[in-house]
Design a protein around this ligand. Structure first.
Ligand SMILES: [Zn+2]
Length: 251
């Protein structure tokens, strides 16, 4: 997904190609949703096989809708899949080491893919509405800029399949934090009934553009509209598995 670059793997899974059953059918990558853990591990093996990357390299975040970001090193390789997840709160992960597969999880929330080819950095962040309004995208690129000396213009971003403005209708408990943070913005559209539709893709894109990042691709796929192919939390009222955003450095 997003990059046609033989040096990396970047991928977003769908519901298809796994071994889970019922509403987890079939490629559920979530260990905490109530699915059979051995079947979930089987799904990771199937995915690794399909992508041609080692199963042992699968390394998961620990998502809790916060904005903590962790640099992943070889000693973390296998976290959450090969051995129990050792983190409590990690919604963003990145690495500059080869042979580590970064995995973050989604069912409507926004997957953000980050790549700085010149600097050998890849990263993923989970931006639901909380991660978006709390600016996890800015946090990731600021770490790359400040800690790893990456110029903003050298960072490329992909915004993956997730709930679109078409389906993300929210009440004041969600629209208020957005207005408080961003003011009146055209990615927040209020309706006569007091509800609002928020475009999380555009909101993330604007924040990144404001920092000088212009190489941004948006998948433009709404998981709720396309729930035949993607797990959607909203469409199923929570009866769903989890998909994965995947990134891997070959060199
Ligand atoms: Zn939609």
């Amino acid at each position: 997904m997003f990059w046609n670059d033989s040096q990396i793997v970047s991928f977003f899974t769908t519901k298809e190609g796994g071994a889970s059953e019922g509403y987890f059918s079939s490629l559920n990558l979530g260990f905490k949703s109530g699915d059979d853990l051995n079947v979930v591990k089987q799904n990771y093996k199937l995915l690794a096989q399909k992508l041609g990357i080692p199963y042992e390299s699968m390394t998961c975040s620990a998502q809790v809708h916060e904005t903590n970001i962790k640099q992943v090193t070889y000693e973390d390789r296998g976290n959450g899949v090969i051995f129990p997840n050792k983190w409590d709160s990690v919604d963003g992960i990145y690495t500059m080491e080869k042979d580590i597969t970064l995995v973050t999880h989604y069912a409507d929330c926004v997957p953000l893919f980050f790549y700085a080819p010149k600097h050998h950095l890849i990263g993923l962040a989970h931006a639901g509405w909380r991660g978006t309004v709390n600016k996890i995208c800015e946090k990731m690129v600021k770490i790359w800029n400040e800690k790893h000396n990456v110029a903003y213009e050298d960072i490329q971003v992909g915004i993956g399949p997730s709930i679109g403005a078409c389906c993300f209708e929210v009440n004041a408990d969600v629209s208020e934090p957005f207005v408080n943070t961003f003011g009146k913005a055209d990615f927040i559209k209020f309706k006569e009934n007091g509800k609002a539709n928020i475009d999380l893709w555009e909101c993330n894109e604007r924040m990144l553009q404001n920092l000088g990042i212009y190489n941004i691709q948006i998948a433009n796929i709404c998981t709720c509209c396309n729930s035949d192919k993607y797990f959607s939390h909203r469409k199923t009222q929570g009866k769903r598995g989890l998909m994965g955003a995947i990134m891997y450095l070959r060199y």
